[in-house]
Design a protein. Sequence first.
Length: 216
Amino acid sequence: MALDGTYTGLKASVADFLNRADLTSAIPDFITLAEAQMNRRLLADGPIRQMMASAAITISAEFVNVPSDFLAVRAIYPGTTTSVPPLTFAEPEKIVELKVNQPSQDGDPSVFSIVGGQYQFWPYNGDTYTGTQIYWQAIPPLASNSTNWLLTAHPDAYLYGALMQSAPYLKDDQRIQIWGSAFAQILADIVSQDKVSRHAPSIAIPPNYYINDGNR
């Protein structure tokens, strides 16, 4: 077994678990399919904190492309500091209504939406704004990275996810349920662990325990 936190090691472990040496070209596809499912599940059931990213955004048009690893948005601040209130999210239809009922584009952007692969801002007066976007990003794909945070912290998620994806390819219906159940449980555990890690435990001071403040 070579489950050492690297993409190369993961591929070797999948081949070892399957006891197949003839799947060199297929195993990367199993891993990519597992990543796609993990992106969907960890976002829908979490999302977990490791998927949150902060990046600069330049608003220089009504429509601006979302990041290439974008999954969902959390907040957009149109200024360089978070003392500036975040923009309000609205459905695209709402911006259409605003443009019809309030055609003037005067003022700073106050509302944004997502249309396809772009943010839409309203109003947009032609000025350029440099701000910050906080968004949920996709898991860095192993096809272009030797490792990532998920493989390092949860190698079992990748392993069982890839094994589950291999079962239809190998027409191995009996193992789909076994690997699928393990994979689902691992993802649930990751989400549960993340929820616990977001809250610092309260520390109760036991009876007869005194803090040394220099006066005792």
